[in-house]
Write a protein that binds this ligand. Structure first.
Ligand code: ADP
Ligand code: MG
Length: 556
């Protein structure tokens, strides 16, 4: 059977060797075992269920929440000569009938189905008439109520166990935390599953995080190192997505917006353009994500903070699936820290849930302020210990300087205290810097002893201090009080002068200092090479158009 698997790999998919643990996973599934696969995004999970499903007799069922991508996946498979179809809410009654007919004729080997569709009354019974080779549950972390992709329908997928006894089930996800792992096995009721955990290291991705000074300016500098590349820019809100993409377009860049508020057709159109064309920058909310399979995404930029390390890893994982160098670039600042923690505070969620969200956010913030190798600490978060620094992330390339911030921090804490712990960061900093305005006078804050005791530091520097004190838990910003900052227990010893505090020096964004982007192959080549490169690209595009396929499918 392994022979068959190799044959399919080479002749149907056109790959020369299995990657990572693919072969072992396929062997287990072929042996009829339940399997749990944890593999990073882009690791090659699809083959792990497609190949055994094709080899074992009968129909392979793939449960996937990614309705928007099913069409694309199925047409890619069809182009490879694999008989695949999908069932979800986008199909008309006629189309559904055609699929049902093809199924009865034995004309389908792989059926992609949305969970809500699978769980409709009667669907399971209807599928029972067919011989089922294997059931794959993709994006299996959607079953986790702790995760950010929770789908209630996934909780009912345990029904598959009784409906199809003896049929191997393979659950796949790119979310690695041990708790999610356990939850998947339990909730899906997998039978003593073999677990395959791949390393989450993505050595070709270079991580960098900058303190936000002027987000747009910093973005433009970054994009200047990415000329000719495809990439994704993540923003938190729909409004910001639109504003950013318009602004980039006005600067002559090929930017497209993507968020859940756009008309379905426009969204699909932008997705298709991103997948098929080159040099497109997708400006998106997290609605753009799971399952996007474009190998040559050269960068993922975050203009706003994601919600957790898991989300960050998933989102940046969309870069460099082809194994070529890629960039994960992020700017973040005080406002992000306040905004996100307020969002958590304000959410209607249950208290336990909120605490969990908060802990996740704090882990991410701590990582942003990291002074040692970013890759190592990212992987450590996912339970992977690495011996050496990567030598490639921003902290490795430009080790951040720290400075003794004890005195300024004490001034800040005193100022928060003297102004009654009722004001936001902006006002507290104004008091410290002795800014005179009507509000200051109305409040009488210009007469306080803390007024103007911090004029020697810039506003930016103060914002950096506030941000780091928030992240380190010395102070707290209260959502119900419009972001008013108050002191936490931890600040006492600092105020009393019992401890010293070293903070990270924010680095000014100077891309010239950054690694000469290995990423941008385009920038490194000579003019001669560049012409050749362009000619190749044009030719690739023509071929792709000719055959109606994505350019990356022509050649790499
Ligand atoms: P995942 O679902 O884990 O995110 P995919 O299954 O979508 O990843 O695969 C990511 C990319 O890697 C795809 O372009 C796929 O064709 C490619 N790929 C998968 N397995 C192999 C392999 N053995 N050799 C070469 N390329 C592969
Ligand atoms: Mg996948």
């Amino acid at each position: 059977m392994l022979q068959q698997a190799l044959y399919l790999l080479e002749h149907t998919y056109g790959y020369s060797a299995f990657r990572g643990q693919q072969q072992h996973i396929i062997e287990s599934a072929l042996a009829g075992e339940d399997v749990l696969v944890l593999m990073p995004t882009g690791g090659g999970k699809s083959l792990c269920y497609q190949i055994p499903a094709l080899i074992r007799p009968g129909l392979g069922i793939i449960v996937s929440p990614l309705i928007a991508l099913m069409q694309d996946q199925v047409s890619t498979l069809t182009q490879l000569g694999i008989k695949a179809a999908f069932l979800n809410s986008t199909l008309s009654a006629d189309e559904r009938r055609t699929v049902a007919y093809d199924l009865r004729q034995g004309n389908i080997d792989l059926l992609y189905i949305a969970p809500e569709r699978l769980l409709q009354p009667g669907t399971l019974q209807w599928l029972q008439q067919f011989q089922i080779s294997l059931i794959a549950i993709d994006e299996a972390h959607c079953v986790s109520q702790w995760g950010h992709d929770f789908r209630a329908d996934y909780l009912q997928l345990n029904q598959l166990r009784e409906a199809f006894p003896g049929v191997p089930r393979i659950a796949l996800t790119a979310t690695a935390t041990p708790r999610t792992q356990e939850e998947i096995v339990q909730r899906l009721e997998l039978n003593a599953p073999k677990q395959f955990v791949s390393s989450f290291d993505r050595p070709n991705i270079r991580y960098s995080v900058q303190a936000k000074q002027d987000g747009r300016k910093q973005l433009i500098k970054f994009l200047a190192t990415q000329r000719g590349n495809s990439g994704i820019i993540y923003c938190l809100s729909r409004k910001k997505v639109e504003a950013t993409s318009e602004w980039l377009q006005s600067r002559g860049l090929n930017a497209l917006p993507y968020h859940a508020g756009l008309p379905t057709e426009l969204r699909a159109h932008h997705l298709t353009r991103f997948l098929r064309e080159e040099e497109i920058i997708m400006v998106a909310t997290i609605a753009f994500g799971m399952g996007i399979d474009k190998p040559d995404v050269r960068f993922v930029a975050h203009l706003d903070l994601p919600k957790s390390m898991e989300a960050y890893y998933q989102e940046t994982g969309r870069a460099g699936r082809d194994g070529e160098p890629a960039e994960a670039w992020m700017v973040y600042g005080l406002n992000d820290v306040m905004h996100l923690s307020q969002m958590v505070d304000r959410s209607e969620a249950h208290e336990i849930f909120k605490r969990n969200e908060k802990a996740k956010l704090e882990a991410l913030l701590g990582w942003c302020e990291e002074t040692s190798c970013r890759r190592r600490s990212l992987l450590a978060y996912f339970g992977e210990q690495h011996e050496t620094d990567c030598g490639n992330c921003d902290t490795c390339l430009t080790p951040p300087k720290t400075w003794d911030a004890t005195e300024p921090a004490r001034k800040l804490l005193s100022c928060i205290y003297r102004t009654g712990q009722r004001f936001g960061a902006g006002h507290v900093i104004d008091v410290l810097r002795g800014k005179m305005n009507e509000r200051m006078k109305d409040l009488g804050h210009n007469h306080l002893s803390v007024f103007n005791i911090g004029a020697q530091l810039s506003e930016q520097k103060w914002r950096s201090i506030v941000r780091q004190l928030l992240v380190k838990g010395f102070i707290h910003s209260d959502a119900d009080q419009y972001g008013a900052i108050s002191l936490m227990e931890r600040s006492r010893p600092l105020l009393r002068g019992e401890i010293q505090l070293f903070l990270r020096e924010d680095i000014d964004s100077k891309p010239e200092n950054m690694r000469k982007t290995k990423t941008s192959r385009y920038n490194e080549v000579s003019d001669n090479d560049r012409e050749l490169w362009q000619a190749l690209r044009a030719c690739r595009k023509t071929l792709a158009d000719e055959f109606g396929i994505a350019p990356y499918m022509v050649f790499h």
